[in-house]
Design a protein around this ligand. Structure first.
Ligand code: GAL
Length: 379
């Protein structure tokens, strides 16, 4: 065969195989095909061909595998309550996810803090190198009490995929005043004798029993210290609180961020020694504009930078709300913004919006893409 002919045949084989794999990869397909791109907002089938059920989730990377934990939702508006628990999926490539089942089950015991029918949101798992345990934190609302309990819940497991054993739920840091880094002006310090604002008033009201803890994330720093970030003070102010060495309780050291400005859905990550947070405003299941912050120390001061999203739909985060920022293993400067597109009338149909974060120096930006893959990070 002459060389020209050989190359022509090779080229057509390549073209055919590429187009076949891109058809099979369509995440909207109901069959369990091989996925090789992210399609924000589309149905995302797991290895059984079922739409992934891990809302308000987060991802941990362990020995070459990613584990995605999120709220398992059921159909209808009943799905806004925890009827099942926390679902886990695993993946080696971030596109194709294997169902690992329920990592944390809700309890059938009446009165249990995580009784079936409670609200259990935004689970995040971290690994504790000292205790060799996986620690899952989440937001818990006691069954039948609406959103009034505002507690942080914690569960642990020896195995990443579970089963996780529920330990306790509570409001963090009772009796503790915030930590103020050197240089904090007195005007920013809380005076519970005469609270200066509505949010300071909520803080002082909750001082004896512990601070409210709703939308949340957990972040482990390079030195192994872990932090719980949560919407507190009736969702008016974010708090960043240090966790104990075993990651299962709070140490009493915490700061308040962007007091009075209602930040929810926090995510926290670190790049080139700078800490970044991306969160949302506070409009329930309805989307609003995202917001980002950065700081040179976890203890602040945190600088508010406004909306990281650009272009059409940026004023409502393209219909989504942040839940986690995932550093892609083995790639420098590769961070994925993960958001939920909530569908509260049929909770199980909630979609996932994953988008690449682009950095310009130390600033970041998020743009909508109909579909993309990890090669995006080469640009
Ligand atoms: C959102 C929050 C969700 C859920 C919802 C309930 O603001 O981010 O996690 O709590 O409110 O209305």
């Amino acid at each position: 065969m002459n060389t020209m002919k050989y190359y022509k045949i090779l080229l057509s084989v390549l073209i055919i195989s590429c187009s076949v794999s891109s058809i099979a990869a369509t995440p909207d397909s109901t069959k369990a095909g091989k996925v090789n791109k992210f399609t924000p907002g589309a149905i995302w089938p797991d290895n059984h061909g079922t739409h992934i059920n891990a809302h308000g989730g987060g991802i941990i990377y362990q020995s070459g595998t990613y584990y995605w934990f999120g709220e398992h939702k059921i159909a209808g508006d009943a799905g806004n309550k925890a009827e099942v628990g926390v679902h886990c999926y695993s993946s080696k490539d971030l596109y194709n996810w294997k169902d690992q089942g329920i990592a944390l089950n809700v309890s059938n015991t009446p009165g249990n803090d995580i009784e079936k029918g409670c609200i259990l949101e935004r689970p995040k798992v971290v690994y504790n190198k000292k205790t060799k345990k996986y620690v899952m934190w989440f937001h818990v609302e006691l069954k039948g009490k609406g959103y009034s309990a505002a507690r942080a819940g914690v569960a642990t497991s020896d195995k990443v995929t579970g089963p996780y054993q529920f330990l306790k739920s509570y409001r963090p840091n009772p009796g503790e005043m915030p930590f103020y880094p050197a240089g904090t002006p007195d005007s920013e310090k809380i005076n519970c004798v005469k609270p200066a604002s509505k949010t300071d008033g909520f803080f002082c009201r909750d001082l004896p029993g512990g601070q409210m803890a709703r939308d949340m994330t957990v972040f482990v720093d390079d030195d192994g210290k872990a932090y719980h970030v949560f919407s507190s003070e009736e969702n008016f102010t974010l708090q960043i609180a240090q966790l104990s060495d075993d990651y299962t309780s709070h140490t009493g050291k915490f700061i308040r961020v962007h007091a009075g400005h209602q930040t929810e859905a926090p995510t926290l990550f670190k790049r080139n020694g700078i800490y970044y947070m991306i969160g949302s405003g506070c409009t329930g299941w309805d989307p609003n504009a995202a917001r980002w912050f950065s700081a040179k120390s976890i203890w602040g001061p945190w600088t508010f930078h406004g909306n990281p999203c650009k272009g059409e739909g940026s004023d409502i985060t393209y219909g989504g709300q942040s839940t986690h920022v995932l550093p892609v293993a083995g790639k420098k400067n590769a961070f994925i913004f993960m958001a939920d597109k909530w569908t509260p009338k049929n909770a199980i149909d909630g979609r996932y919006l994953w988008l690449p974060i682009h950095f310009k120096g130390d600033d970041l930006e998020i743009n909508w893409l109909n579909s993309w893959d990890l090669n995006e990070f080469k640009n």
